[in-house]
Design a protein around this ligand. Structure first.
Ligand code: MLT
Length: 407
């Protein structure tokens, strides 16, 4: 008799973004003449840059010729791309070997899959609020109890509040896996060196592992802020990093990311090298490598011209972030983030519940955002607006909020 995985039954409603899309569709069906403005999911809108398009074409051309055709590639990724990514880390003053870089089809699958190489008994700590994949993947793996009073039993929530500028302290007790995301989705907060150093010290003391998501690193313009956890001394012994071309180069639909798993990374019961070996084993068993065409596109992103073009794309979205932040501040709303990150995190007016504000914003201003409570109990009373969109649409959305939202 087959049974389904009982842990799925613990998950709450639908995954956040499909739920938002469902509610938006229902509103649109009831108001067909209204133009809804979408600042919900952080999905890129601007076309791929010329050198990336040329790179993708090169990948296709190679497949058209028997002399350059390739079938399956290495599960860990194209050697040249792994070297180019290791080179990027050298630019941060960090030594990463090319064979410590695992190319993948994106940071979301890696964030969801990485937990599978750790013990089912691991105690997991997440920032609260957090990108839902960290929590849900561990719920599905059975590392939590039931959902009770707005949180999962057995999960350690690290509160991110205005009082700590949305960067938490390391946990008081002992945990095994710590998920950190900086620049943060959803709060837009960026951890500084001292804050990350506290987590590295904690992880080394407790033989814990930091799973560091740097998918938004390209949005950091302040040279003092770290772009990688490996900029912190000792991180190679206790951290791995997951990252992506999605937000840096518009690859949300193209799909390409990577994880760095240092061979020096150790944890309780695992000598240096073991975590690296296990991730290699996991990928070789369950993944057949990222698309060869797409990896050519990734190489193009990392070329000097590709980097200049990506910087222009990032600057475009960051101008949107400023439009949102300044536009909301002008009407007296309290907002955070949006400086070295493409997300603006606002306090809901009058302490409204996040989903109530979602309905209010949609009904009054015809703007879709993301309810903070969808990212965890600490997000209740907050709301996220995404800077990914055409500048004119973002401008229209902000104007509509200013003119139509009843405060
Ligand atoms: C978001 O809106 O949080 C992101 O776009 C989701 C993702 O990157 O998967």
């Amino acid at each position: 008799m087959a049974k389904t995985n009982e842990h799925y039954d613990k998950l709450q409603a639908g995954y956040l973004f499909p739920e938002i899309a469902k509610r938006t569709r229902a509103f649109q069906a009831a108001h067909p003449d209204v133009k809804v403005m979408r600042l919900g999911i952080g999905d890129t809108t601007e076309p791929l840059s010329p050198s990336v398009i040329a790179g993708l074409h090169r990948g296709v051309e190679k497949l058209a010729d028997v002399k350059t055709y390739t079938g399956y590639g290495a599960e860990q990724g194209n050697t040249e791309l792994r070297e180019a990514l290791a080179q990027r880390y050298r630019g941060y003053g960090v030594t990463i070997e090319p064979d410590e870089v695992f190319v993948s089809d994106g940071a979301k699958p890696d964030s969801a899959n990485i937990q599978s190489i750790f013990s089912a008994e691991s105690v997991v700590a997440v920032q609260d609020p957090a990108y839902p994949v960290y929590v849900d993947s561990n719920v599905i793996a059975g590392r939590t109890g039931q959902w009770k009073d707005g949180r999962f039993e057995g999960l350690v929530y690290m509160p991110c509040t205005a009082a700590n500028s949305f960067i938490p302290e390391p946990p008081k007790g002992k945990v095994d896996l710590i998920y950190l995301c900086s620049p943060n989705n959803p709060t837009g907060a960026v951890a500084n060196r001292e804050q990350l150093a506290a987590f590295v010290a904690y992880a080394r003391k407790h033989r814990a592992v930091i799973i560091y998501d740097s998918a938004y690193a390209a949005y950091i313009s302040d040279p003092v802020l770290p772009r990688s956890i490996f900029e912190i001394d000792g991180a190679r012994e206790c951290a791995l990093e997951i990252s992506s071309f999605s937000k840096e180069a518009g690859f949300t639909g193209v799909r390409l990311g990577w994880s760095v798993v240092p061979k020096t990374l150790a944890c309780e019961g695992a000598e240096p090298g073991k975590v690296h070996r296990l991730w290699n084993r996991r990928q070789a068993t369950m993944f057949n490598g990222a698309s060869n065409v797409v990896q050519e596109g990734g190489l193009a992103v990392l070329s000097p011209e590709g980097q200049r073009e990506s910087a222009a794309m990032v600057a475009y979205y960051m101008a949107n972030a400023r439009t949102i932040k300044q536009g909301l501040e002008a009407i007296g709303l309290t907002v955070y983030g949006g400086v070295n990150a493409p997300y603006v995190w606002m306090q809901t007016p009058g302490g409204m519940k996040s989903w109530d504000f979602f309905d209010k914003l949609l009904n009054e201003a015809h703007v879709v955002g993301t309810p903070g409570s969808g990212f965890g109990p600490g997000g209740e009373g907050f709301f996220r607006l995404s800077a990914f969109g055409h500048a004119e649409d973002i401008g229209a959305a902000v104007t509509s909020i200013q003119n139509n939202l009843k405060l």
